[in-house]
Ligand binder design. Structure first.
Ligand SMILES: [Zn+2]
Length: 398
């Protein structure tokens, strides 16, 4: 190959301000539109430190770095989850979400993800496992293999109590029983989000005591603070307690109300997204909305999500409570140091203090400097992406 042709082929690589790197030899770990983060690592464990080296065209007057409030430096977050293990989460919501994307801020599409809250055993049918593909399986419910596929594509499986009853056995036992069952059936998966069944008291307390990191409910918080106080309104991120303070995430019910038409439900949900995406007060604020359902018509879900995508303008992170909550925690738990010498800013991230249950210890860094960036390298991560124009770097460790 002559040099001219080689230059032509390589030109797009070097002229683009965006780049993406897989740090491990196996590039299949690099995030793509279809491959969500995986829980089970096949590669050797990462070192506890990551290093980001930023090279400027000339020594800048100043250069500092901060962790973005949200992954990919988005300004809005939407969570969607379905309760009681419905099959439709796999056959309808999952394919729809896979076709909808935001970007990582560096030119790479990322699909929407959501969650399913599952129960363990059916007390009304000989106590069989809801998700078992065997005699007595309710065809309207998910199967373990489908739940595993969701996990493999970045979705979450949440603990919703073993029997979905107030007691008999007590909340702590029901929580532990399902925790163990999920681990057994889903390759050792350890859930960290608990969804309170109905509005039964005692579950939020039991979940935190069992080491669960996030608890959510529409109406039951035991003695814990519940946020948002008004469940049809978005919540400013600045009003959430600083990790690891415990509180219960309130969520908005997207079930069809008695007498409500599908068209009216679409209007109601579209308004929720309109409110989420509306300008902030102050304009620099970020906002969260959490939505759940026990089942939603596929056309309603599609209409709402397509509307949401239309107004999102790549400012919206559609993800799970687990990934969102872990971003907030990791932001506080990681230790960041930085040194500017000449034209090079070196940033070290120490993950030693990050909670061991963290599935998505990913971060977005924002560089504040008048200098012109010529190169960004990252070591000690599974993969990374960066944008020299907007001066941001995503560091993926999953
Ligand atoms: Zn339920």
């Amino acid at each position: 190959m002559n040099n001219f042709l080689l230059t032509l082929l390589l030109l797009p690589l070097f002229s683009s301000a965006c780049s993406q790197h897989a740090e491990s030899a196996d590039t299949s770990d690099a995030p793509t539109a279809d491959m969500g983060p995986k829980l089970v690592r096949s590669a050797p464990p990462l070192p506890r430190q990551a290093r980001i080296t930023v090279t400027f065209a000339a020594a800048p007057a100043t250069a500092t770095v901060r962790i973005a409030p949200l992954l990919y430096n988005k300004t809005r977050v939407l969570h969607f989850e379905e309760d009681d293990s419905p099959l439709a989460v796999f056959t309808e919501a999952y394919p729809l979400f896979r076709g909808l994307h935001f970007t990582d801020g560096c030119g790479h599409p990322r699909p929407y993800t959501g969650a399913v809250a599952i129960n363990g055993h059916n007390p009304s049918y000989n106590g069989i496992e809801w998700l078992n593909d065997g005699l007595g399986h309710d065809s309207g419910k998910l199967l373990w293999a489908q739940a595993q596929t969701l996990l493999d594509h970045g979705w979450d499986v949440e603990n919703h109590s073993d029997l979905h009853t107030a007691d008999n056995p007590a909340p702590a036992r029901q929580l532990a029983d399902l925790d163990a069952l999920i681990s057994k059936r889903l390759n050792g998966y350890k859930p960290s989000v608990f969804v309170v069944p109905t509005n039964f008291a005692g579950y939020p307390t039991a979940a935190f005591e069992a080491g669960y990191l996030a608890v959510t409910s529409a109406s039951q918080g035991d003695q814990f603070l519940m946020l948002n106080p008004y469940n049809d309104q978005r919540i400013p991120l600045s009003s959430l307690p600083v990790p690891p303070d415990k509180f219960v995430y309130r969520r908005y019910n997207a079930d069809l109300a008695a007498g409500e038409t599908s068209a009216a439900l679409i209007t109601r949900l579209n308004r929720l997204s309109d409110d989420l995406m509306a300008p902030g007060d102050p304009v620099t604020e970020q906002y969260l909305q959490r939505v759940f359902t026990h089942g939603i018509d596929r056309n309603v879900l599609a209409a709402w999500m397509n509307h949401t995508q239309t107004i999102a303008h790549d400012q919206l992170w559609v993800t799970t409570l687990r990934e969102f909550d872990e971003y907030r925690r990791t932001s506080h738990e990681v230790k960041k140091t930085e040194t500017l010498r000449g034209n090079t800013l070196t940033i070290d991230l120490d993950y030693t203090g990050v909670h061991p249950l963290t599935r998505f210890p990913n971060l977005t860094l924002l560089l504040d400097s008048p200098g012109s960036i010529t190169n960004i390298t990252v070591t000690g991560a599974d993969s990374s992406s960066s944008n020299r124009t907007t001066k941001m770097v995503n560091i993926f460790r999953h």
